[in-house]
Unconditional design. Sequence first.
Length: 320
Amino acid sequence: MKLRLRILAGLVLLGLSGPQASAADDYPTRQIKIIVPFPAGAGPDQVARLIGQRLQEDLGQTVVIENRSGALGSLGAQEVARSTPDGYTLLMGTNTTQASNVAMFKSLPYDPAKDFAPVIRTITTAMVLLVKPDFPARDLKEFMEYARSRPNLTAGYGSGASQISNAQLQSRGGMTILSASYRGVPLAVTDVISGVIDLAFADFSVAIPQMQGGTLRGIGVTSPKRNELTPDLPPLADAMPGFEATIWYGLLAPAKTPEPVVNRLYTATQKILSTPAVRERLASLGMVVAPMPPAEFGAFIASEITRWTADAKAAGIEAK
């Protein structure tokens, strides 16, 4: 009797796992969608399109990029978290969606650790503090003097890192900054160009073209050291000790996505990131290729939640 029960239990397990295993073995058989929770042109969007184009070639299926911006990326992240865990809806997540949003919202509509299956961290990068070319302060020293003597400078933010960086100008720089929320960093940058606001922090990929085109001027970088793409810009920490905002992007799937599917996506994306042409393109955008496999990426996200929550608290940001 016991032997018969064991055989029946084994058959049941086979029946449950068989279709999933088969689906994973055949993956992918149709179009894959990568949701970018920020506007077109933002750093995560640029990386998603670069990777998506090459994933099509590797996986043999169309990969489309869809922008779902709003609420510091939480709208797009929530959509992926609630999607079917089959590997056909993915998220180009960031330190904002997967870490700092925990400190930004009293009631975040998803759990950045439990509701996702990490696939691969892709890059790390930093931001530039941008102002108009005719801004009175020409360098970091002058900026500190000017900002401290001019209360209520206006700043835009479109990510958790840019919001925390605005707050650090106050907490570490002794300034008074009025911050306005945008659906993404590129929109805040546009308003700096038009003179609606005084300054904004932007990812290197967004900031560099504006600086090269002469439409905006950089004051300093949020990385601990100077960047080779902007050698004349000092770290903001030189004038505000402890100031840092190193950011990252990564590919994630909904929780319970079959492990073989996650591994297939990881292997394909890791191979893409290792190609010289892709690495050179990302380097030109101020991004460092920094892949992490699924398990390591998941542990990293957990540590980042702790880190960004502490940074938000230190900067005096209260959840809304």
